[in-house]
Design a protein around this ligand. Structure first.
Ligand code: CS2
Length: 500
């Protein structure tokens, strides 16, 4: 915390907040809880919790949120100290605005008190269990749509299903207790950037249930809704600057403050078994088919993000705004957006060229400091849906896969764990050890590195890995990046795009 906030009061109530800050337009204490949310990181606080705040103001209802953190205890202690209140900073080119959000009623640290979380999930008042726990937390094998029995968040729950600690185990056990007590199930709402997120979590929950209690699997199959969602709001990790700006604008010290961009989008499959808040009040779109939105967002926004993350990080560009401000890398991003859009089926009411132009503007937001290194995290969990599956779709249509190969080769360079000035960095990938082992054997030889990473089990879709065009293109680009260095390689690629 900055020293100048030392004498300030903490943000514990809605009084004493400086003028000009938007306050909740409802009385928080008048509303009971209806949602348990797993994963109360910055993204949840900048996205779903804000839509819920809008819904409470518009239509009321008992829809406040019990927030749970599965691992960290810090955010839970901070939110509880602040009665769940926190500041949302929206940063745009025109300046920063502040709003206090009150939709979180209380928070639970599952690592400290696992029983409290289970009790909340079984509470009949809870009608939705939503989650943002990141791609790697589920332990579902996406190819087989089954749980991975060896995954650290699945293995313990298979052995002790009554005392779960993983997301899928918690869902299955709390649903079992609800069924046994005659309590209607809640709706499971996954808000992570996974393809067909609702269907995938449903498949994982059914598979785990089958292994521990086959009757329960039948009940879940028949009774529980798992709507799919597409979530979007660029939200960098909070920093000291976030906290200092929140304090300056609100006049209160707030360690749970988050900062985000003005843009926000939430597309939700309208399939809720026990009601839902009026999230449309915050602009949520309800539809019967989320997939086209999800493909657009994962392939265009997240795919370009990953390209900028690996290429930008190794080119010494700290933030996404720096990456998009450098014309050669911007040229690669623009090409990527066009190629990614060409893999999509048409979406009524959306012009992909307009969407791409809006993305470039969002990436360039000068007020958002989104680190390329933050986005580079967990590549093996992100690349399949962002880069590899659209690459395969494009290849099958006879398209040019070079842009996808470029992003993949940039990731491969990143996997070497050392930047071009020789400095080592942590990969921050759940398969970090496996990656390090694979590249260690490959030495500095592009074909060997590309081969080893391409052949990591359950990563590159088989039909793509088997394509000589794909393998050769990735290998050639990686060789070029290693030989020239990232910046000159990006410049050469931009010149090639220009010439084509
Ligand atoms: C980013 C996303 O960190 C990442 O991998 O690509 O978190 C991205 O900022 C969000 O999906 C935007 O909605």
């Amino acid at each position: 915390m900055n020293g100048d906030t030392g004498n300030m009061r903490n943000l514990t109530s809605l009084e004493h907040i400086a003028g000009g800050v938007r306050l909740p337009r409802y009385t928080p204490g008048d509303h009971g809880v209806g949602i348990v949310h797993l994963g109360i990181g910055a993204f949840h606080r900048a996205h779903q919790a804000v839509y819920t705040d809008d819904a409470l103001a518009a239509e009321g209802g008992d829809w406040r949120i019990v927030g749970a953190s599965l691992r960290s205890t810090d955010i839970v202690d901070i939110l509880d100290r602040q009665n769940g209140f926190y500041t949302l900073l929206e940063r745009g080119p025109q300046g920063t605005s502040a709003r206090v959000v009150a939709s979180i009623e209380r928070a639970i640290a599952a690592s400290r008190d696992p029983q409290a979380l289970l009790t909340a999930m079984v509470d009949p008042a809870i009608r939705i269990v939503s989650m943002t726990v990141t791609e790697k937390a589920y332990g579902i094998d996406r190819a087989n749509r089954a749980v991975d029995p060896a995954h650290p968040s699945i293995a313990p729950d298979l052995t002790s299903p009554r005392a779960p600690s993983g997301v899928i185990g918690l869902i299955v056990e709390s649903l079992r207790q609800r069924r046994d007590a005659g309590i209607a199930p809640y709706t499971v709402l996954c808000c992570d950037n996974l393809p067909d997120n609702g269907g995938l979590i449903r498949a994982g929950a059914l598979d785990l249930a089958r292994r521990v209690d086959p009757d329960l699997a039948g009940w879940i199959e028949g009774e529980v809704a798992f709507p799919a969602t597409m979530v979007d709001r660029i939200t960098p990790a909070s920093t000291d600057t976030t906290h200092a700006d929140a304090a300056r604008l609100t006049g209160c010290r707030d360690e749970a403050a988050v900062e985000t961009e003005p843009f926000t989008q939430w597309v939700i499959e309208d399939e809720f078994s026990s009601g839902r808040p009026a999230w449309e009040a915050g602009g949520a779109i309800f539809t019967s088919d989320v997939a086209p939105y999800e493909h657009m967002k994962l392939r265009m926004l997240n795919g370009s993000h990953s390209l900028m993350a690996y290429a930008g990080f190794l080119a010494g560009l700290k933030y996404v705004r720096d990456a998009i401000a450098w014309p050669p890398l911007a040229a690669l991003v623009r090409r990527h957006l066009t190629v990614a859009a060409s893999t999509l089926r048409p979406l009524e009411g959306v012009d992909f060229a307009d969407y791409a132009a809006a993305l470039v503007e969002r990436f360039a937001n000068p007020a958002i400091a989104h680190e390329t290194y933050q986005i580079a995290m967990d590549g093996t969990e992100k690349l399949p849906q962002r880069i590899l599956l659209p690459a395969l779709a494009h290849l099958e249509e006879g398209g040019d896969i070079r842009s996808f190969a470029w992003a993949t080769a940039a990731w491969m360079h990143y996997c070497l764990g050392r930047n071009e000035t020789g400095e080592a960095y942590a990969l921050r990938d759940p398969r970090e050890a496996e990656i390090a082992g694979a590249v260690a054997k490959a030495g500095n030889h592009a074909p060997a590195i590309a081969g080893a990473l391409m052949d990591l089990p359950v990563f590159v879709p088989q039909a793509l890995a088997a394509s000589p065009v794909w393998r050769d293109t990735v290998t050639e680009i990686l060789g070029d990046i290693l030989e020239r260095g990232m910046r000159p390689a990006i410049e050469a690629e931009a010149a090639r795009i220009e010439a084509s």
